[in-house]
Design a protein around this ligand. Structure first.
Ligand code: NAD
Length: 476
């Protein structure tokens, strides 16, 4: 039986804790009770991590693709061996069903293996120049990266934040969410155990604003990689600007799902309901606004509510559970506020809408319909188990609603009309579009948004190139 591990930071390969440092209680979202005590970095810890990261970059930028591939493949193998422990720890910290945590491990395994191949394909180019001269364009690692990962994918987010810089030849200081530290430490440990030099990747935790201000102001750091809310993302970009850092920003979304009357409504419901309540809706690419053509609206709404009522909610460690608690106390509070505001404005509640029980952070799978556009939930990312279903007349109106919000991360559309599928792929203003599918990721596919959902990509070749700079060399 997996025990929740003791917590620490990893600086220069050493487990750092105690020593009078401040601590943060990690909470089990099933009970609301503490399960671990996390040490928080003092300024001296961050300075040491920075010094080590500078050394790590000097070492790793000279590594061969073979060395990088060996580390990434080795870490993938170890994650697979440790899958059950890693998954249980992620569920203990975050609450999601064990099956979803196991998938997170597999996402990391896929990404690390893909990047083990990608390190051999970081090609530059040679320009056409007169005989006897040479001009080349090459990619070089950007330098030490400060990477901040949130709690909603406790294993997958740190995996992305670590794999890309390591594949590119950078060093990285990871500050994963204080709510889910053991999962992040488990992923980093796989890399270190696979032979990654200890200076190359480190993990700190702390008061987020203190850590980010200190790291982003340092001349050592050359890139910021952040996943989290748009509000925090804008704040961090301003800090990054003062140090002219490169940035990859993976921010919030408000996923539109366009459902046309020529789609197979039952098939859409099977996919959409599972997608909506995955990880309690705490997913940046969660399907959120269901934009339904009016003649199938009632069938879709009623079918959604019927299915939502059958979702099995409980402790993610137990068999058969389809939805765990929300990850922290802030989320059910946000649900109550957003759903209350929508109902005050006239939205109809079809199922759910309340907390479950009086311990932990459980919330009912919820369906709202006919929500006025001025309700907060129609513009603010709900990040929770609530489906928003509204009727629309036809394609133009539906596209306008899809693009109404400033977010542009993932969009989905369901229609059997092939020409319309192409029009929608062009018209929907998001970084990722799923047509008749909610599968929009993959180790080889760029993951990222446009507009207020951020910029730059993770995963795919784009994720590694985002940790590199170009240099043009002209030889006379
Ligand atoms: P938040 O905005 O306070 O924090 C989001 C993440 O950013 C957390 O992991 C947090 O530790 C980190 N963070 C906060 N302030 C920071 C700072 N100054 N420097 C560095 N990191 C900092 O919100 P929250 O309550 O944790 O989550 C709420 C909202 O965040 C959600 O509603 C959702 O919109 C967004 N969110 C998005 C993602 C995503 O995958 N894009 C993940 C988690 C949360």
């Amino acid at each position: 039986m997996t025990q929740y591990p003791s917590l620490h930071m990893i600086i220069d390969g050493e487990r750092v804790s105690g020593g009078g440092r401040r601590t943060f209680d990690v909470i089990n979202p099933v009970t609301g009770e503490p399960i671990g005590s996390l040490p928080l970095a003092e300024t001296a810890d961050l300075d040491r991590a920075l010094e080590v990261a500078a050394e790590g970059f000097r070492i790793w930028r000279k590594s061969t693709p073979q060395e990088r591939a060996a580390v990434l493949q080795g870490a993938a193998r170890l994650m697979l061996e440790r899958q059950e422990d890693l998954a249980r720890i992620a569920t203990m910290e975050e609450g999601k069903p064990l099956a979803e945590s196991r998938i997170e491990v597999m996402m990391n395994v896929g990404l690390f293996n893909f990047y083990a191949g990608e390190v051999f394909r970081l090609y530059g180019r040679e320009l056409v120049r007169p005989v006897g001269t040479r001009s080349t364009v090459r990619h070089e690692p950007v330098g030490p990266v400060a990477a901040f990962a949130p709690w909603n994918f406790p294993l997958g987010n740190p995996g992305r934040k670590l794999a890309a810089p390591i594949a590119a030849g950078c060093s990285v200081i990871l500050k994963s969410a204080e709510e889910t530290p053991a999962s992040a430490l488990g992923v980093l440990q796989c890399l270190l155990d696979a032979g990654l030099p200890k200076q190359v990747a480190q993990a700190v935790f702390g008061v987020p604003d203190e850590v980010s201000r200190h790291l982003l102001a340092s001349p050592v750091i050359r890139k910021l990689s952040f996943t989290g809310s748009t509000t925090v993302g804008k704040h961090l970009m301003k800090l990054a600007a003062d140090n002219m850092l490169r940035t990859t920003m993976e921010l919030g979304g408000h996923g539109p799902v366009l459902v046309f009357d020529d789609a197979d409504v039952d098939q859409v419901l099977d996919v959409a309901v599972a997608g909506k309540y995955r990880n309690c809706g705490q997913v940046c690419v969660s399907p959120t606004r269901f934009i339904v053509q009016e003649n199938v609206f009632e069938k879709f709404r009623d079918g959604f509510a019927e299915r939502a009522k059958t979702v099995k909610v409980g402790d993610g460690l137990h068999d058969g559970i389809q939805m765990g608690p929300m990850a922290n106390a802030r989320r059910p509070e946000a649900m109550e506020r957003l759903i209350g505001n929508a109902r005050d404005k006239g939205a109809k509640l079809h199922t759910g809408g309340n907390r479950i029980g009086n311990q932990g952070f459980f919330f009912e799978p919820t369906v709202l319909s006919e929500i006025p556009l001025d309700a907060d939930i129609m513009s603010e990312e709900p990040f929770g188990p609530v489906a928003l279903i509204n009727p629309y007349r036809g394609e133009d109106e539906m596209i306008a609603e899809a693009n109404r919000v400033p977010y542009g991360l993932a969009g989905y559309a369901w229609t059997s009309d092939v020409k319309r599928q192409r029009r929608l792929a062009d018209a929907i203003e998001t970084g990722m579009v799923g047509i008749n599918s909610h599968m929009i990721g993959g180790a080889d596919a760029p993951f990222g948004g446009v507009k207020w959902s951020g910029h730059g990509s993770e995963d795919g070749p784009e994720g590694v190139l985002a940790c590199m700079v170009t240099k043009a060399v002209h030889e006379g």
